[in-house]
Design a protein around this ligand. Structure first.
Ligand code: GLN
Length: 284
């Protein structure tokens, strides 16, 4: 008898296959990929376990499963990642937005709001998909942003995201190196999730990150602090008095980054959902 590939059977099979391949969240990944192929929400799968797939759907699902087994991140396969409750297009040219980075975004939103300016201006350095600056713009509808990324390919993705989120008229894109394109401007805040993985730790990253995500978004030099040195040195000249630099940091880097910000008047260290020091805010 020919076996019929129903939603339930396919999920069961895929979970086993992904588990064998060492995929960290086999069930979730299988569900997200299958839901995407079917153009449905994940919840749909649970109430349609007995529904068979069309041959074309099955072929698309098989291709997605094959990609995932090769350690392509789910976000790259489906071309999208949710961040701050908003959908962001992502490609292999942009780091996949991480939940931990929402700490930086929330901190920036609260502090920009508390400044009480009618139209706060901020810069986002190393913008990638645009998830940081576009979610700040989304939640602060009067704000304006300049973004910088060294990658023209990433900029193209961020521009698409800006258009999709209706923020294109409040954002100016610059392609270039860190703060260089912003010389002579001034901001209420400068935000960044720079590359911060120390060189010696790159080899130990998960294969999805190490093999598939852009190295230029990850590698932070020998001790991982290269970009913080340059940001803390250059940011004061671009900040209004009372403005702040807020950066995401890697594990065990917060104290060192706060120390680099000695020229600022005061620093704060904020923890992520796992209790790890994740954000340093330095006030001018
Ligand atoms: N948080 C990312 C990771 O763990 C690194 C991002 C970065 O270097 N800014 O892979």
């Amino acid at each position: 008898m020919q076996e019929i590939w129903t939603i339930g059977r396919l999920l069961k099979w895929t979970v086993q296959y992904f588990t064998q391949k060492g995929i960290e969240s086999p069930r979730l990944d299988a569900e997200v990929l299958l839901a995407r192929v079917l153009g449905r929400e994940r919840i749909y799968l649970y109430v349609h376990f007995d529904e068979p797939l069309e041959p074309a759907e099955l072929a698309r699902y098989r291709e997605a499963v094959k990609q995932r087994a090769l350690r392509v991140p789910v976000a790259y396969i489906i071309g999208e990642k949710e961040f701050m409750g908003l959908p962001f297009k992502v490609t292999a040219d942009t780091l996949v937005p991480r939940p931990d980075t929402e700490i930086l975004v929330q901190a920036a939103i609260e502090r920009l709001r508390a400044l009480g300016r009618s139209a706060p201006r901020f810069a986002d350095i190393g913008t990638g998909s645009g998830c940081i600056c576009l979610s700040v713009l989304h939640f602060l509808p009067e704000a304006q942003a300049d973004t910088v990324d060294i990658s023209a390919a990433a900029r193209a993705v961020a521009e698409e995201n800006a258009a999709a989120l209706g923020a294109s008229d409040r954002i100016t894109f610059h392609t270039g190196d860190l703060l260089a394109p912003l010389a002579g401007r001034s901001y209420d805040a400068i935000l960044s999730n720079p590359p911060y993985i120390p060189d010696r730790d790159l080899a130990a990253l998960a294969p999805e990150v190490r093999l598939k995500e852009p190295r230029t978004a990850l590698a932070g030099g020998a001790d991982g602090l290269d970009f913080y040195r340059r940001l803390t040195a250059g940011a004061p000249a671009l900040l209004h008095d009372g403005g702040f630099l807020a950066v995401e940091v890697g594990i065990h880097q917060a104290a060192a980054v706060a120390a680099l910000a000695a020229a600022f008047s005061r620093t704060e260290i904020l923890k992520d959902y796992n209790g790890i020091e994740r954000v340093v805010v330095a006030w001018k």
